[in-house]
Design a protein around this ligand. Structure first.
Ligand code: GUN
Length: 291
């Protein structure tokens, strides 16, 4: 069994990005610039945004945090998105999710100029991804595909089961892996909370990707020997032993599933670091496509 070391691969990609950005600066180009919009004070979102800012700085991407109180209205936030769409100094931006209940996520994410949509959430980018056209791919699916590729785990002709139908992971992941492409060409089954016979479907999978936010959902009896398991779950659970008062749990019962697998991602240190580095790749892509 091999542990897919997302932390190590992400560090390798950050080094590659750093070199590419240093080259730009050496050629008298400006650095790419990413905007990160955050609304309210969700502690998990604050942590993710801080990590994204840190990662940008490390590779030489300029990052600005644009913070609003929970009291901002949908209309006001739409106006801020419009400002960012028209700000030529910003190559790409994200609106950190979730948003407060009174703001519709679809309305906000759909208002982003697709050329600056480094989360790949606009209808334009989702449609282009589905059709196999050039586009910005959502960061987590991009990172998972990269992780599989760097460990030379083939997808061509394989049965890949994706559990979870979110717009940010499950749906774009399934779409990416079914594309007519050497890093796609998979037979994909997308499972969700209404799927019947989940265990039987998982048992026929070569690769299982779980993205539901339900700690320990994937148990050993659902996994065939030799499978690859990718765990996207990052749920905070209370832990009085931990200094922070919580620990992060994945969607996979790792201790019992891992011995059956050929490859498995840990949580933390698997998909999480790959998501962040993929956002940086998307930011550089948005910058390059403007030139
Ligand atoms: N919330 C959790 N993950 C993400 C992400 O990848 N992008 C955004 N915008 N919000 C998130």
């Amino acid at each position: 069994m091999t542990i897919l070391d997302g932390k190590k691969i992400a560090a390798e990609i950050r080094a590659e990005l750093k070199a590419q950005i240093a080259d730009l600066l050496a050629n008298h180009q400006r650095a790419p610039k990413l905007g990160i919009v955050i609304v309210g004070h969700n502690p998990a979102s604050e942590t993710y945004v801080n990590n994204k800012m840190k990662a940008c700085l490390e590779v030489g991407i300029e990052a600005i945090r644009i913070a609003f109180e929970d009291s901002i209205t949908e209309k006001e936030l739409l106006a801020e998105v419009d400002k960012l769409n028209h700000d030529d100094s910003i190559d790409g931006f994200i609106v950190q999710l979730p948003l407060p209940k009174h703001i519709d996520e679809q309305t906000i994410t759909s208002a982003i100029d697709y050329r600056k949509d480094v989360d790949g959430l606009t209808p334009e980018n989702v449609g282009r991804a589905t059709k196999g056209l050039p586009c910005i791919i959502s960061a987590t699916p991009r990172g998972i595909r990269e992780l599989l590729s760097r460990y030379a785990i083939p997808t061509d002709g394989k049965h890949i089961v994706v559990i979870g139908r979110s717009n940010i992971v499950g749906k774009p992941m399934a779409s990416l892996l079914m594309q007519k492409h050497e890093r796609g060409n998979a037979t994909v089954t997308l499972c969700h909370s209404h799927t019947a016979h989940l265990k039987e479907i998982c048992l026929s999978a070569d690769i299982i990707i779980v993205a539901v936010g339900h700690p320990g959902l994937l148990t050993a009896d659902m996994v065939s020997p030799g499978a690859t398991v990718i765990d996207v779950g990052i749920t905070r659970v209370d832990d009085s032993q931990s200094e922070r008062g919580y620990r992060i749990k994945g969607d996979v019962d790792f201790d019992n599933v891992a011995p059956k697998c050929d490859f498995i991602t840990p949580v933390p240190g698997g998909v999480g670091p790959m998501t962040i580095v993929s956002l940086l790749q998307n930011a550089l892509q948005a910058y390059n496509s403007k030139r």
